[in-house]
Design a protein around this ligand. Structure first.
Ligand code: SF4
Length: 352
């Protein structure tokens, strides 16, 4: 049994001060204006992978191009991936579109206001469903993300690891039981918990003096803020060495679609892991791809960090008469090809 259950933390006391604080202090963010289910959904998926400041521009551009669920459902994939470029996790963009198609086909373009129906949509889990239901529909549905877990674990001094699904489920139940009546209060309570975590109860330096629930916080009372939340031990990232070939021909730069592994289905500069290269030199790899008239000009090291893996990349600039791949001009690469950041950084090799 969690500590907060044993000692009966008074969750019912937190909505009122949090909602009042939120209304006076909330940041003006584009997805908070007119929070339709579509707008809340897109913003939440973006915010799962990037900070608020960075997400703002992506969000505005996305909404400008794809203002509603029907526009998203009908968007050509290449354009969608281009709008998503730089955010990473391209499967999320694809899931957005798959879900948009289902909303159009099954629900006539209107989001269902029901948890089970929302969670049947690709890419929508418990958290996103809760965010859409409470923020857009004003329903009594918590949305427990990392910010909310941190705030709650400090308020209650709960020693459960926040990565434990049982703790999350327990917290969701506790919060669901104290949600205000349906409507704007529900929407604001969800956002208040998130906003408190983002602005005040920050990971390493909580500003307890400015906190609207300071009087209800056990960690602040005991000076134990730094001990909560209890985090799982960090796992070492797997490292992968990879050769990347920036092949420049008179017609442009060579790219191809990745067939397997990380970023499968995305454009890349032709690449090979060192283990797949089997000790071959760069020239031999190029010859193995059927290239003949070429010259390896120079190389540079790059690194890219994914969630579970780190790529140590050696990128070769190769001048060639032609290449057995798709070829795009630099301008086309910039404007029309969705090239993951891991590869796009290699373009700096052209600048020397
Ligand atoms: S009092 Fe401090 S530790 Fe407690 S919830 Fe507020 S900011 Fe977080």
């Amino acid at each position: 049994m969690a500590a907060s259950e044993r000692e009966g933390y008074p969750f019912h006391l937190i909505p009122a001060p949090l909602i009042g604080w939120y209304r006076a202090n909330r940041r003006a963010l584009p997805w908070r204006e007119n929070p339709t289910p579509y707008r809340v959904w897109v913003s939440e998926i973006m915010l799962q992978q990037t900070r608020v400041e960075a997400a703002r521009d992506y969000y505005l551009r996305f909404l400008r191009e794809l203002p509603d669920v029907r526009a998203l459902a009908e968007c050509p994939e290449e354009k969608l991936l281009k709008l998503w470029e730089g955010l990473g996790y391209y499967s999320r963009a694809r899931n957005l579109q798959r879900a948009a198609k289902i909303v159009c086909e099954r629900y006539g373009g209107v989001f269902p206001a029901e948890e089970r129906a929302l969670r049947e949509l690709p890419g929508i889990g418990e958290y996103t469903a809760g965010a859409i239901l409470s923020i857009a529909f004003g329903k009594r549905a918590p949305a427990v993300d990392g910010n909310v877990l941190r705030v709650a674990s400090r308020l209650t001094e709960d020693p459960s690891p926040v990565s434990d699904p049982r703790y999350k489920a327990h917290l969701s139940r506790e919060l669901a039981a104290v949600y205000p009546s349906e409507g704007r209060d529900c929407s604001d309570f969800t956002q208040a918990l998130m906003e408190l975590g983002a602005l005040v109860c920050k990971p390493s330096s909580p500003d307890c003096a400015a906190c609207p629930v300071r009087a209800l916080c056990r960690a602040a009372e005991h000076g134990t803020q730094a001990s909560f939340p209890v985090l799982p031990e960090k796992k070492e990232k797997r490292r992968e060495d990879i050769f990347v070939f920036l092949i420049r021909t008179p017609r442009g730069i060579a790219v191809r679609k990745r067939e397997a592994g990380v970023l499968k289905g995305m454009w890349e500069f032709p690449s090979l892991t060192l283990s797949d290269a089997g000790g071959k030199a760069a020239e031999d790899i190029l010859k193995g791809w059927g290239m003949s008239a070429f010259k390896v000009e120079r190389s540079r090291k790059y690194t890219h960090i994914f969630t579970h893996i780190r790529w140590d990349m050696t990128c070769f600039l190769v001048e060639a008469d032609s290449a057995p791949f798709c070829v795009f001009s630099e301008a086309e690469l910039e404007s029309a090809v969705s090239l993951p950041t891991a590869f796009r950084q290699c373009l700096s090799l052209l600048e020397e």
